[in-house]
Write a protein that binds this ligand. Structure first.
Ligand SMILES: [Zn+2]
Length: 338
């Protein structure tokens, strides 16, 4: 099991529940074990003795606010489609950096990412790349490759794909690490990032406030709605926008970190992609796809992603956009500036 090799630090939050099923394993950079009577970071745990107010308050620090899907997407498009690529590569093996699991991450950088970029270029479709600084440190050539088309966005995804609720529990440390990462990404990309997906999609109770303070426009770590929404704290808008990730369209969930997932046929994932898109198209909302180079960059899998893009292109009124473009658009067109 890849957990023993430290390669199972997934980019989706449900690893915590999976880990409970698979225990005992060494989780590496995964979620910390629960602390009796108290969450690892944040408000007190909810127990059978919690009052109604305590239950409400325990969840209130970050909640979904109002929907931000505008009446019309640009050019009267019916639906917006965001492809995101979490460029985790070797960062998933940082706790046990041995040659074989590292080669799986290296595959993401040197084999899979070029394949994904070539596919996006063929289709003329943009994507948002959430990149841990560590991935860029090891493979600096990825940055100009991603920027070459001029369509793509680069967002923040941690320094070494650290797990914020455990590795940066102290808000001062969290802010310091986030600032270090912003400075690095700004230097290597020439542009300050406006969006973030927390490593493993794991925000602390302090993260949204820190990200707002540092000027981020949007987060993409949560999924309370499957369309853009305002992020509230204790009932009030924070000013941060959520462009949700969608775990149902997260490749890691089906394929695993290498080829250790349960899904043997990429065509089955295509069927889920297609059904989610058809629903979003009918609703007039959005689709958010999460790819990892070392997961979806295999030949058989990226072919299904391209088939999915071709299917969407067969419909009128589909806007392919980066998450930053979507966040900027909903900020301008949602009735009031959030
Ligand atoms: Zn990640």
């Amino acid at each position: 099991m890849k957990t023993m090799k430290g390669t199972s630090i997934l980019c989706w939050t449900l690893l915590a529940s999976a880990a409970l099923v698979r225990a005992p394993v060494t989780l590496g950079a995964g979620p910390p074990p629960p602390v009796a009577g108290r969450a690892a970071s944040g408000p007190p745990a909810i127990t059978v003795n919690s009052t109604e107010d305590e239950i409400r308050n325990a969840v209130a620090v970050v909640r979904a606010g109002r929907k931000l899907t505008p009446a019309r997407w640009p050019n009267n498009a019916r639906v917006v489609v965001c492809f995101t690529v979490d460029v985790d590569n070797e960062s998933l093996d940082r706790n046990n950096p041995l040659p074989v699991p590292l080669s799986n991450g290296e595959y993401g950088a040197i084999t899979a990412l070029p394949r994904i970029l070539a596919m996006l270029d063929r289709e003329q479709v943009p994507a948002t790349f959430f990149i841990p600084a560590m991935s860029a440190i090891l493979h600096p050539e990825m940055i100009p490759a991603i920027q070459k088309s001029g369509r793509n966005e680069i967002g923040l995804h941690g320094w070494v794909h650290e797990y914020w609720p455990r590795d940066t529990v102290d808000p001062a440390v969290e802010e310091q690490v986030i600032n270090k990462t912003i400075a690095y990404l700004t230097r290597i990309t020439g542009k300050r990032p406006i969006g973030v997906r927390a490593p493993s999609s794991a925000l602390t109770v302090n993260s949204i406030a820190i990200l707002k303070k540092e000027g981020f426009l949007y987060d993409s770590s949560m999924e309370a709605r499957d369309e853009p929404y305002e992020i509230n704290s204790y009932g009030k808008p924070t000013g941060m926008i959520e462009i949700p990730m969608m775990n149902i369209l997260n490749d890691f969930r089906y394929y695993g970190g290498d080829t250790d997932g349960f899904l043997m046929s990429p065509d089955l994932l295509y069927q889920i992609y297609k059904a989610e898109f058809d629903g979003a198209y009918a609703e007039g909302s959005m689709v958010s796809v999460m790819l990892h180079p070392h997961v979806s960059g295999h030949r058989s899998r990226i072919a299904q992603v391209e088939k999915f893009i071709d299917y969407m292109k067969s419909k009128p009124g589909v806007w392919f956009a980066t998450m930053g473009e979507v966040a900027s658009y909903v900020k301008r067109n949602s009735g009031q500036d959030p």
